[in-house]
Write a protein that binds this ligand. Sequence first.
Ligand code: AMP
Ligand code: MG
Length: 333
Amino acid sequence: MIDILDQQIKKGAEIIKNGGIVAFPTETVYGLGANAFDEQAIRKIFEIKGRPQDNPLIVHISRKDDIYIVATNIPQKAFELIENFWPGPLTLVMKKNPVVPDVVSAGLDTVAVRMPAHPVALKLIDYVGFPIAAPSANPSGKPSPTKPEHIKMYFGDKVFVIEGQCQLGIESTVIDITSDPPVVLRPGGLELEKIKDVLGNIIEFSSEKLSEKPKSPGVKYTHYKPDLFLILLRKRDDIEKISSFIKDHTRMIFVMTYDFDVSFQNQFRQKFYSLQVDFIFAGSDEREIAKNLFDILITKTTGYDLMIFEGVNEQGIGKGIMNRLKKAADVIV
Ligand code: AMP
Ligand code: MG
C-alpha cells in the first residue's frame, strides 16, 4: 500500500517536472500544484481553474530553510511563527524574491509561503526538487476539495490525483507579515488565538468590513458556492426567519452542528409540514465540522433546492468555518 502511494507521488513529481499540474493532498485541503518556477505550468493552473489573473497562489516548501529561495527581507516575527507553527496550516505573506515568476504572485511584490504538515505533500515537493505553487484544487468560486472524488467530480480525468486525506478540511490561516502589527488576511486552520500568543498584537478585519481594494486579492471573489441556494442560520432558535424562503415542494437539506437533536427535527417537520426535509449532522465540535464542511457543500446537494447550514461559534477554527460559510451563503439569518 505504501509502495503504491510512493509510486503515485513519484508519478506526480514526474508530471510536475515535465511542466504539468497535479492534485495532491495537504492537511488543509487538496492543492492543484505546479513547479513554482515554471511560468507556463503556472498559467495552466489559472486556466483550468478559471482563476482570475490577479489572484495569487501559495508557494509550498518542504523545508523551513527553503523560505530563502522564495522570500527576502524576512522579519523576525516570521521566524517566530515558523518556529512555532511550521509545518502547519499557516501561510505567511512576505517580500517576494525576484526569482519567483510574477505570475505566481499575480504581479504583487509579495509572495505567500507555507510548509504543509502532510507527508504526501512534503514528499512530492522533495521529489520535484522545487517549491510547488498551488491554490485549492477547485474551479474558481466552488467549494475546496478535501477528497480525491471531489477532484474527479470537478475535473474528470483532466488532472492526475494523488490519493490522500485532508485531516483539517479548511484552508490555511493567511498572515501578512510585511505589516507591523501583522494583518490577518484569511482566518483558517491555525487558530488566531495561538498566533496572538506568539506575536502579541495582530490586526483582524472582519470580512463584512473589507475595503473596496482588499490587500489579499482572493477575498474579493465569489467563493465556495454550492450547487443550490444556501442559507446560513446563525442560531437554531431563529428558524422563523427562514419561512420566507420556503415554498411548497421545496426540497431541503438541513445541516445541523454540535447536536443532532431529534426533538428539534420533529418540531421543524411539524412547523413546515409541506416541506420535504432531510437532516444531516456536520459534527459535534469545530474540528469535526471543519473536516466535513466542504464535503457537505460539494456532495450533499443533489436532489435538493435549498440547504440550511447551522452556524458555529466564531472562535478557534470556528472563525475559519464561519468565514467560509458566510462567503458560500446566499443569505445569512
Ligand atoms: P487558495 O490557495 O485558493 O486558498 O488561495 C490562496 C489565498 O492566498 C488567496 O486568498 C490569495 O489571495 C492569498 N494570497 C496568495 N498570495 C498572496 C499575496 N502575495 N498577498 C496577499 N494574499 C495572497
Ligand atoms: Mg481556494
